[in-house]
Design a protein around this ligand. Structure first.
Ligand code: URC
Length: 307
């Protein structure tokens, strides 16, 4: 039976790299989950068993740790760009490298009103993410950077409605003038590197913080007629404030909060007691792009969970 090898990639997933900066008494911590992946001319490794062109995943792991010291982790994006570029030099058969990073937040512990120098408490459920893709070498090299966050859990206790929707014989959902709106937001945004220009000097951390703040403020301020509308407003505001962001994609589970029926007990429930259902959930996904956004190229190739 004739067969052939289709698309493939390989690398080391989920290297838990923790970099501590301890040059002064006030330590800094970057806590990362790093996945590396190479694509290219690796057919023989699969079809004949010849591993000559394979840079082992173990070597990729070692490099991820070594680069945390040799290059440093000033931001996930800067570190991932250095690592991705390195792998194209190290593995001649690779045509592209993809580096995916999740960063876990640590906040300083406050003791007697002062932030401690070297003690931290894990911050929230959310993680910062980035995906860097490096393709080609030398003058033909192309880079793509996605910033992002996942599991940013937000809720508004009013200022949300859902009504006027299509109804058929299976519709039971009542129209809601005032409901709880909650989601665990995942967002990824694509940076336009031509607009950024100086990739090495760019303030990746500051931009991440600004995008996150805009998303939260837009969620809070927008009177929501649907989660779909809220996502669009959030994306539109990020693009309005950040010319260096070409597009933003969202995946947002609608974490339903249903009013609990207390009438059997003769108790009035005036929008005060809800049951938080964990499944099923509505899953709302959307992309907001600039009309003149640059070509996404390989930015989204093999990025899981995105339309
Ligand atoms: O914001 C919402 N969007 C929907 O598409 C939808 N569908 C639904 O049942 N509830 C909601 N809420």
């Amino acid at each position: 039976m004739p067969t052939h090898l289709g698309s493939n990639q390989y690398g080391k997933a989920e290297n838990r790299v923790v970099r501590i900066y301890r040059d002064t008494d006030r330590h800094e911590i970057r806590d990362l989950n790093v996945s590396t992946s190479l694509r290219g001319d690796f057919d023989e490794a699969h079809t004949t068993g010849d591993q000559t062109k394979i840079l082992p995943t173990d070597t990729q792991k070692n490099t991820a740790f070594a680069y945390a010291k040799e290059h440093g982790v000033t931001s996930p994006e800067d570190y991932a760009l250095a690592l991705g570029t390195h792998f194209l030099d190290a593995a001649p058969a690779a045509t592209a490298a993809q580096i995916r990073v999740e960063e876990y937040a640590w906040d300083r512990i406050t003791v007697d009103g002062r932030e401690h120098d070297h003690s931290f408490v894990r911050g929230g459920t959310e993680t910062r993410t980035c995906v860097v893709t490096v393709e080609g070498r030398g003058a033909d090299q192309r880079l793509w950077v996605l910033g992002g966050l996942q599991d940013l859990v937000v809720l508004k206790s009013t200022g949300s409605e859902f009504k006027g929707f299509l109804k058929d014989g299976y519709t039971t959902l009542p129209e809601a003038d005032d409901r709880v709106l909650a989601t665990s937001l995942t967002a990824r945004w694509r940076y336009d590197l031509d607009t950024i220009g100086d990739v090495e000097g760019f303030d990746w951390d500051g931009t991440y913080g600004s995008v996150r703040s805009i998303l939260l403020a837009a969620f809070a301020r927008t009177h929501s007629r649907a989660l779909q509308e809220t996502l669009f407003v959030m994306g539109d505001e990020v693009l309005g404030a950040h010319p260096e962001v070409a597009e933003i994609r969202f995946s947002a589970p609608n974490k339903h909060h249903f009013l609990y029926d207390l009438s059997p007990f003769g108790v009035e429930n005036n929008g005060e007691v809800f049951i938080a259902a964990d499944r099923p959930y509505g899953l709302i996904e959307a992309t907001v792009s600039r009309d003149d956004a640059s070509d996404p190229g390989s930015a989204w190739t093999a990025v899981p969970g995105f339309i």
